[in-house]
Design a protein around this ligand. Structure first.
Ligand code: DOR
Ligand code: ZN
Ligand code: ZN
Length: 421
């Protein structure tokens, strides 16, 4: 099986190169100025070839919440977004806290056969925050990390145990940072807008306290930890200072935190309701700065599809979450690269290379010998985001009507075309 991508600008680790790229048996076997082969050809002239996006934080909802999303619809949406590999959170029903659910997810994803799906196991049984899940057995079944995403492990002694135990299996804890007692039913960022709208707010401190705690555990125990979806300027500062001391902390953020501010809640649109909440402009700016200086390692979506009935209710009752996997590349390209904050190489480092490094996954880079997980994108193609047109079952985007650049034209996984625009 051969495939030739001709005439594109390849986004490599250290820069862009105009070259042809040959794929044989699922691998990139040759990169050269002009390759001629008798095989299927993708004409990429005028387009860019990027490493496939590795979205290490998504919710695929299966098993249990197939009304919101399932593995097939989630994977179809992923490849439409240029994503070749996802890591899916365990807050399903049943929770992925055992090897049976892990195996089910992996098998189902193989049947679907679109992108690679790496399950994340729960930290505690049923995400109850008390007793550790079957971490070792789940590792044997194929989990790539553990997380109780959706909430923090409130008990610090349980969290310590989880980190030590996971580390013995060479797994990282991915920490959703939120002090539930302090959030106390808050639905948006606590500040001027929450007061004016009459919506209960949640302080930055609710997030920062848990970031600081998990960083402190990591430092004291000398065990790596990963902080999920950072949304506060102060959280960025905690991580920056920890990194400067050599603490083994890595961190992610999402497009909504570097694009939106809580001004958008004033329309009471429940598609803006997400956890942690979008905050203020100083947070937004600090997150961009954190991405650019390496404090924040990667961009994920926290793709959280919900059904209409979960969102078409009053703000206080609506589910938290944004359906983001189909828009992450275009939004990130438009708001970070076109704006001049970083380069396309810098962006793909955040969206592909670093996630692969953090979790020890295959892929993340275009080079000879690497697996042929990549996407062809047209950076000049402009379009308007419309949630109604999403492939994902979750139409819940706050970015409807946004004009973005960067259309995904092809997505290849293991050298096979899994999406064509
Ligand atoms: O907004 C969110 N939605 N934040 C989370 O932590 C969980 C997620 C979900 O599962 O819907
Ligand atoms: Zn979370
Ligand atoms: Zn999440």
């Amino acid at each position: 099986m051969k495939l030739l991508i001709k005439g594109g600008a390849l986004v490599l680790k250290d820069g862009e190169v105009k070259a042809d790229l040959l794929i044989e048996n699922g691998k990139i076997t040759k990169i050269a100025p002009a390759i001629d082969e008798k095989c299927k050809v993708i004409n990429a002239s005028g387009k860019h070839v990027i490493p496939g996006i590795i979205d290490m934080h998504v919710h695929l909802r299966e098993p249990g919440f197939e009304g919101k999303e399932d593995i097939e619809s989630g994977c179809k949406a992923a490849v439409a977004g240029g994503v070749t590999q996802v890591c899916c959170m365990p807050n399903t029903n049943p929770v992925c806290d055992n090897a049976v659910v892990t195996t089910y997810i992996k098998r189902r994803a193989e049947e679907v056969g679109l992108c690679k799906v790496n399950p994340i196991g729960a930290i505690t049984k049923g995400q109850n925050g008390e007793s550790l899940a079957e971490i070792g057995k789940m590792k044997s079944a194929g989990i790539v990390a553990i997380s109780d995403d959706g909430k923090s492990v409130a008990n610090s002694a349980v969290m310590r145990l989880a980190m030590e135990y996971a580390n013995d299996f060479n797994l990282k804890c991915l920490c959703h940072c939120e002090d539930a007692a302090l959030v106390d039913g808050g639905v948006v960022n606590e500040g001027f807008n929450s007061t004016q709208c009459g919506l209960k707010g949640s302080l930055r401190a609710a997030e920062d306290i848990m970031i600081a705690r998990d960083v402190a555990l990591s430092e004291s125990l000398d065990i790596p930890v990963h902080i999920c979806h950072v949304s506060t300027y102060s959280g960025v500062e905690i991580i920056r200072s920890a990194k400067s001391r050599g603490v083994k902390v890595t961190a992610e953020t999402c497009p909504h935190y570097f694009i939106l501010t809580d001004d958008i809640i004033t329309g009471y649109d429940t598609y803006t309701k997400v956890n942690p909440p979008v905050r203020e402009d100083k947070d937004r700016q600090a997150i961009i700065k954190g991405l650019c200086d390496g404090t924040l390692d990667c961009i994920v979506t926290d793709h959280a599809p919900h059904s209409l009935k979960d969102k078409q209710v009053e703000y206080n009752l609506a589910a938290f979450g944004i359906s983001g996997i189909e828009t992450s590349f275009a939004l990130s390209y438009t708001y970070l690269v076109k704006s001049g904050a970083t380069t396309l190489c810098g962006l793909m480092d955040k969206m592909s290379r670093r996630p692969a490094q953090i979790l020890g996954l295959d892929g993340g880079e275009i080079k000879e010998g690497a697996v042929a997980d990549l996407a062809v994108v047209d950076l000049n193609e402009k379009y308007v985001i419309d949630g109604a047109k999403f492939i994902s079952k979750g139409k819940n985007t706050p970015f409807g009507g946004y004009e973005v650049y960067g259309k995904v034209k092809y997505t290849l996984v293991g050298g096979e075309i899994k999406y064509a625009d």
